[in-house]
Design a protein around this ligand. Structure first.
Ligand code: SF4
Length: 611
């Protein structure tokens, strides 16, 4: 398409985000618009904010906690006077202490930031640049970027009343978009859905001040002031159409600001959208994807091309796939190829927890160094209730082999699914201390009805009773906002769950596990093999102790390295049933072997790193 003669477009990514990871949305939308003939100027304003408050505080604010402090600090700048800070500080004392400790500030500093620091920052951003030169200003909004985006948009509109303001990004699905349009007169357009196909046409019309009627994805105010919407933009079916992301501005601006990180540069990369598992079984708590569940992925050859181009251009070998789930064919067609090429690329992906040991090993050879596997529970009953449809023992196997292959494993344990029982958590509490030599979960967290999840869409069917926005939204928005439309997190009145004390032991054990992993001596359970014998050293709790299995007992233990059905164990070793029963009982008694979901699984990791 020939280059248009319109003014350039500003694309803005606001706080509160980490300063060591670029906004993927800016990196994708810039070349998307450029190849349609537009001139685009990205603004990673979240970097300026990190410089404004200091990287330590920025980092702490960017972490998403239930207090949503990364949003709360912008309330004054966005809406003027709101509820007194004292109520917020009292209500979220624990969260705020956790935030303030590592950042080296007091809660009073957060109040100062809300009252003065953030409004001053917005003023500085407005005055520090000629925003009036642009055809329009587009804000990309994901988690914890809404209020800062509203604050800057409002201030820009005050100074340049004819400057069109466009919002877009994963935050905006119908209700949230409609509420922003209803309450924020400075918002001219909210784009809903994938922007790839519709944003260029939206940009053309907004730049030329043409009507947006009939354009999918565009929610806008007509000349009569009424909000119009032709429906969500279509999902991009052909992922191969998305361009090579452009991180130039992020890196240049970071350099100008003198922001440094002790971690190597990790670039986000999008290789797929939607979730192939969720298309069949939508996990009940999952609010990702919403209308975009249909799974689409880039051809592996193009992913390899992108990795080559990006690693050359930016001199990094670390990439974080922002996909919700690994495309099954990538195991071979991407990681297999990288393994063959013996590259030292390091990649992070979200995976199904059912990926087996062989596949993990092969993908690790190809550079899979970090996964988010959606473990969620160790109880098969609870996993079924949440529609994960895997088993506790499969999840433990995944923890085991990711530990062995030294793959970072970011997972949570969830609880509170209607129908679960006290016995589910008694079982979990017996399992947890046996797993201390594997990576601990980030937390043991109550499952929530997030917007877009089955728990949100069908609360009665999910036995959740009545939903209500979580309390923090009362501290974020003025009273005229309809919180049920603008909120993402919801509380409910579920009853068919065990009493709170049924979860206590698991909370304590997860805390202990996490503390042990942070200590100078991590728990271990390892075996060394000599011909005919296995020597096990157990340092999961306390001083530890050693055990040796010889002959058939050693064979039996190694046989159960991967979870084995009872019937298979009996078939292989059952010719001397009394011996088999006694040996299994001893291994179980010493907590070196798990008997879960009708399978036996040896828990010790081989000391030999090269199996
Ligand atoms: S939790 Fe993960 S696997 Fe489940 S539906 Fe959501 S994205 Fe898919």
């Amino acid at each position: 398409m020939a280059k248009t003669k319109t003014a350039p477009i500003a694309l803005v990514s606001m706080p509160t985000l980490r300063d060591d990871i670029p906004s993927f949305q800016l990196a994708l939308l810039k070349p998307t618009l450029e190849r349609a003939g537009f001139s685009v100027v990205p603004h990673s304003v979240f970097l300026d904010f990190s410089r404004h408050v200091g990287p330590a505080l920025n980092q702490a604010l960017a972490e998403v906690r239930m207090a949503l402090t990364g949003e709360w600090i912008w309330t004054k700048a966005a809406f003027g006077a709101l509820r007194p800070a004292r109520e917020y500080l009292d209500r979220y004392r624990v969260d705020l202490d956790e935030l303030c400790g590592p950042a080296g500030v007091t809660p009073k500093a957060l109040v100062d930031l809300r009252e003065r620091g953030c409004p001053a920052f917005i003023e500085r951003v407005v005055e520090g640049h000629d925003w009036g030169q642009y055809a329009f200003v587009g804000f990309t909004v994901v988690f914890q970027q809404l209020l800062a985006s509203l604050a800057l948009a409002k201030a820009l509109k005050e100074k340049w009343p004819t400057l069109p303001i466009v919002f877009g990004g994963a935050t905006f699905e119908d209700d949230i978009a409609a509420e922003v349009m209803a309450q924020c007169p400075f918002a001219d357009v909210v784009h809903c859905g994938d922007a790839d196909l519709t944003l260029p046409e939206l940009a053309r019309r907004v730049s030329k001040r043409l009507p947006l009627d009939g354009l999918p994805g565009a929610m806008f105010r007509g000349r009569d002031g009424a909000v119009r919407y032709a429906g969500r933009a279509p999902n991009l079916e052909q992922m191969e159409l998305t361009p090579l992301p452009d991180f130039d501005e992020f890196l240049a601006h970071r350099g100008e600001l003198g922001l440094v990180s002790d971690r190597p540069l990790m670039l986000p990369l999008e290789t797929a959208r939607g979730c192939w598992y969720g298309m069949k079984n939508h996990c009940t708590f999952c609010g990702l994807n919403r209308q975009g569940m249909a799974f689409r992925s880039k051809p592996p050859a193009q992913v390899l091309e992108f990795l080559q181009a990006l690693s050359r251009r930016y001199g990094t070998r670390h990439f974080n796939a922002i996909d919700n789930i690994l495309a099954p064919e990538y195991a071979q067609a991407l990681f297999g190829v990288l393994a063959e090429a013996k590259t030292d690329l390091e990649l992070h992906y979200e995976i199904r927890p059912t990926v087996g040991r062989e596949q993990l090993r092969e993908m690790r050879r190809g550079g899979l160094v970090s996964v988010q596997p959606g473990v969620e529970s160790l109880s098969t009953h609870v996993l079924t209730l949440m529609k994960k449809f895997t088993t506790g023992v499969k999840n433990v196997e995944l923890l085991k082999w990711t530990a062995y292959y030294e793959i970072q494993n970011a997972y949570n344990l969830l609880y509170g699914f209607p129908g679960e029982t006290v016995a589910d958590y008694e079982l979990t509490a017996t399992l947890l201390p046996q797993l201390f030599h594997f990576q601990p979960p980030y937390g043991f967290v109550k499952a929530r009805a997030d917007r877009g999840s089955p728990m949100f869409e069908a609360p009665k069917e999910q036995q959740l009773g009545t939903l209500a926005p979580v309390a923090v939204y009362q501290h974020l928005f003025p009273p005229d906002f309809d919180l049920s439309r603008i909120s993402y997190y919801f509380d409910d009145t579920r009853t068919n769950v065990p009493p709170a004390d049924a979860y206590e032991a698991c909370h304590e054990l997860v805390d202990e596990w996490t503390a042990r992993w942070k200590s100078s001596e991590r728990p271990t359970l390892t075996y060394f093999k000599t011909p005919g014998s296995l020597s096990l050293f157990d340092r999961r709790r306390g001083d530890g102790h050693a055990t040796r299995f010889d002959g058939r007992a050693a064979e039996l233990y190694e046989f159960c390295a991967d979870a084995r059905r009872t019937v298979d164990v009996v078939e292989r070793f059952g010719d001397d049933r009394p011996w088999l029963d006694a040996t299994l009982a001893e291994m179980l008694e010493r907590r070196l072997l798990l008997d879960l979901d009708g399978r036996y699984l040896a828990l010790a990791l081989p000391a030999n790193r090269y199996h």
